[in-house]
Design a protein around this ligand. Structure first.
Ligand code: DLL
Length: 441
């Protein structure tokens, strides 16, 4: 339950019992919940019974939370192989909700929730929003896409639970979004960071200064974004931008969220999830603080328990106490997924690193796309980016700008690439998750 513990604005809406447990209490709670969850998975999901049997482990082998390392991983392909309902631990008629990924590559992955799961998800989203500084009574403009994507409905239910006034706009129709932001006086904006940037740009074109509107919090997530883009959004929208993380396979948005006190790492809600970081090569768990692939086990999901789900997201964890007083582990900014990582002449590069170089360079707009192509046997990268409307746009100026950007990328990231600085509007705008990389190989 959410409740106000003190009248101090910073402490407001803290769930002081759940969010400030000692590390010992967290580990004990996790072990208790894990035992129950693993047994449910083993008894009700044939996939888990077969996987545990193959690995020679039984749910009763788990004595402490750290024993999770003996259990098998779950992969996205396991969800596909069990399409549509094979990973469910309850009969279909007991489900309250189904969501699915868009499935651009092959079959979609389906995720299911009992109504109790939906209720817990709403609580965790409300907790995340409260941590982000959103308050009951705030008008919350929800521009995450509604539908099978978990962003829209996940944020919607969480905001209702928190007591916000929800404006369920979904993505797209950007001019109307600007008008509604202005007319309804929203205090919080929820969207992907790339769509927030699109909204900022369209508002400027309409002569609306969003920074002068009451909106003061941006709850941005669902895709990797750099600190440079965060500063750009803070400035252009007049908000404090807060990062929120989640994935449909383990719930949806609200698995982890930054607090607005430190905005330094996303609090992973450890009373409902167990977080590990593994070496993606050896698959061995890494010590706290080391970078690797995030693996998440659900502790309280009824309909679709997930055991050691390999997220493919590359990050690191810290259990240093946060300034806000919360004790849960923090997920340091997710740079990207291992499948987004590009290897250019032996250098590992994430799109978010390219973004960090581009955003804030003089005369450039923060819209970009990366093209990957073959140069002989090697992978090569080309970066398309735009000039600001008031920067010079003749061929000579664009060539000079391209040279300049190429130089910056080379000196900061260490890779040589082609750069094409385009006129304003040359890069497609995002209405949800931005397409950052086009693979022409
Ligand atoms: O993107 C859930 C979500 C909705 C999160 C709204 C936050 C806000 P999926 O569509 O299943 O679910 O995509 C999950 O998106 O594995 C990451 O690769 C990426 N992702 C999500 N949040 C972040 C973030 C939603 N804050 C996949 N930073 C994840 C970086 C993120 N990547």
């Amino acid at each position: 339950m959410l409740h106000a513990t003190t009248t101090n604005e910073l402490d407001f809406m803290f769930d002081s019992v759940a969010e400030t447990m000692s590390r010992r209490e967290i580990a004990d709670l996790q072990a208790t919940r894990l035992r129950v969850m693993l047994q449910r998975a083993y008894d009700h999901v044939p996939h888990y019974k077969a996987a545990f049997d193959r690995a020679g482990v039984l749910p009763s082998d788990l004595k402490t939370a750290a024993d999770i390392r003996h259990f098998p991983f779950t992969l996205k392909t396991d969800l596909r192989d069990n399409y549509p309902f094979g990973m469910f631990a309850v009969p279909l008629s007991d489900m309250g909700r189904l969501h699915a990924s868009s499935g651009t590559t092959g079959k979609p992955t389906v995720v299911g929730y009992t109504l109790d799961d939906v209720h817990r998800w709403s609580e965790l989203m409300a907790r995340s929003m409260a941590a982000a500084g959103i308050r009951p009574g705030d008008v919350l403009h929800n521009a995450y896409g509604y539908g099978l994507f978990t962003g829209g409905l996940g944020a919607h239910y969480g905001a209702e639970k928190l007591g916000c006034v929800v404006v369920p706009v979904s993505g797209g129709g950007t001019e109307r979004q600007v008008t509604l932001l202005k007319d309804f006086g929203a205090r919080a904006l929820c969207s992907t960071p790339s769509y927030a940037l699109n909204i900022a740009e369209v508002a400027e074109g309409m002569g609306v200064d969003i920074a002068k509107l009451p909106v003061r919090r941006g709850l941005f997530g669902a895709e990797p974004w750099s600190n440079e883009l965060r500063r750009e959004l803070d400035r252009r929208l007049g908000v404090k931008s807060v990062d929120i993380y989640g994935l449909s396979e383990v719930m949806g948005p609200g698995v982890a969220c930054e607090c607005d006190v430190a905005t330094d790492g996303l609090h992973g809600w450890e009373d409902h999830f167990l977080f590990e970081v593994i070496d993606p090569e050896t698959l061995e768990p890494l010590p706290m603080g080391e970078t690797g692939e995030l693996v998440i086990t659900t502790l309280t999901k009824e309909a679709m328990p997930m055991v050691r789900y390999r997220t493919r997201d590359i990050t690191r964890l810290t259990d240093e106490p946060c300034r806000c007083g919360r004790t849960h582990v923090r997920i340091l900014r997710v740079d990207g997924r291992d499948d987004d990582m590009m290897i250019i002449r032996g250098v590992n590069v994430y799109p978010s690193q390219v973004e960090a170089v581009l955003v804030g360079l003089d005369g450039l707009a923060p819209h970009y796309q990366i093209r990957l192509f073959k140069e002989g046997a090697l992978d090569a990268m080309a970066v398309d980016v735009e000039v600001l409307p008031d920067a010079p746009q003749d061929a000579e100026a664009l060539t000079a700008a391209s040279r300049d950007v190429r130089h910056h990328i080379k000196s900061i990231i260490g890779v040589s690439c082609q750069v094409d600085v385009k006129k304003p509007g040359g890069i497609p705008r995002s209405e949800g998750k931005a397409v950052r990389v086009i693979d022409e190989r």
